[in-house]
Design a protein around this ligand. Structure first.
Ligand SMILES: NC(=O)c1ccc[n+]([C@@H]2O[C@H](COP(=O)([O-])OP(=O)(O)OC[C@H]3O[C@@H](n4cnc5c(N)ncnc54)[C@H](OP(=O)(O)O)[C@@H]3O)[C@@H](O)[C@H]2O)c1
Length: 243
């Protein structure tokens, strides 16, 4: 029987890479999106054409809105029948020092990046008796650079949620995290942005998305892995190279 993955923020960028990768490996995909309606529709069409034996659906939800967070798992199960894998990938990534952070700004980072995964986890665990969750956090959680203060704190909390939910929901659910380093440049930046960041890591060159897809495969296949984090950051979490 085919397995189904719900990928939040699945229409573009890393979410889209994971959707295509899982589809190529025989998964049905529910592509969650908020603003990227055209990209979501295009991706569904492409997957429908490429994998006619698969089932691909799109579902919209603003993960800044509590009622839409609360409905997403239920709606997905209504469409797809079940969820074998929930990937909490949707995210906002906005710079702000603590001194510049307004309440609205703080709420947005925390709600999309942490509160939504928290309540999606809750609903998933209540509506199904087994499952797998992968939370996309960030190598920045190993540092305390204040320039993305609310973002970084939201991703630190997501990692803590990963461990806490692995304890509460085991053995029927496994919960793990992937922590990318600079993988895709922000939409307004070029690859030079990534090259410059990667030079400050032990591996010195950008990795592309392959390590993240490999880590996803490893989490899926390792049936005893729970509460763990896989850094896909070329060693960035270890500190800067000395040479
Ligand atoms: N890219 C990197 O190099 C990098 C580095 C470290 C960590 N990460 C983590 O890896 C994950 C994927 O990264 P990415 O760069 O591909 O992410 P991204 O492009 O910044 O965001 C992914 C998706 O999140 C969705 N999203 C944002 N606000 C939303 C809202 N209010 N409601 C629902 N969805 C919302 C957007 O969907 P719509 O477009 O449909 O609105 C967006 O396409 C993220 O969790 C990120 O923190 C990425």
């Amino acid at each position: 029987m085919r397995r189904t993955a719900l990928i939040t923020g699945g229409a573009k960028r890393l979410g889209q890479h994971m959707a295509k990768h899982l589809a190529a490996n025989g998964w049905n995909i529910v592509i969650h999106y908020n603003r990227s309606v055209l990209s979501a529709a295009r991706l569904k069409k492409e997957l429908d054409q490429q994998y006619p034996e698969g089932e691909f659906a799109v579902i919209k939800a603003d993960l800044n809105e509590m009622d839409q967070i609360d409905e997403l798992i239920h709606k997905t199960i209504n469409i797809a029948g079940k969820i074998d894998l929930l990937i909490n990938n949707a995210s906002v990534f906005d710079p702000s020092f603590i001194a510049d952070t307004t309440n609205d700004f703080y709420e947005r980072q925390m709600t999309v990046n942490f509160k939504a995964p928290f309540f999606l986890t809750k609903h998933y665990s209540l509506l199904q008796n087994k499952g797998l969750i992968v939370n996309l956090t960030d190598t920045r959680i190993t540092r305390n650079e204040p320039n993305f203060a609310a973002y970084t704190l939201s991703k630190k909390m997501l990692w803590e949620l990963t461990k806490m939910s692995a304890i509460e929901l085991g053995p029927n659910f496994r919960v793990n995290a992937i922590a990318p380093g600079a993988t895709l440049p922000p939409e307004n930046e070029t690859d030079d942005y990534l090259e410059a960041l990667a030079k400050k890591t032990p591996m010195q060159v950008p990795s592309g998305v392959t390590p993240i897809l490999n880590s996803l495969d490893y989490i899926i296949s390792n049936q005893h892995l729970t509460g763990q984090i896989l850094f896909c950051d070329g060693g960035e979490n270890l500190g800067k190279p000395t040479h």
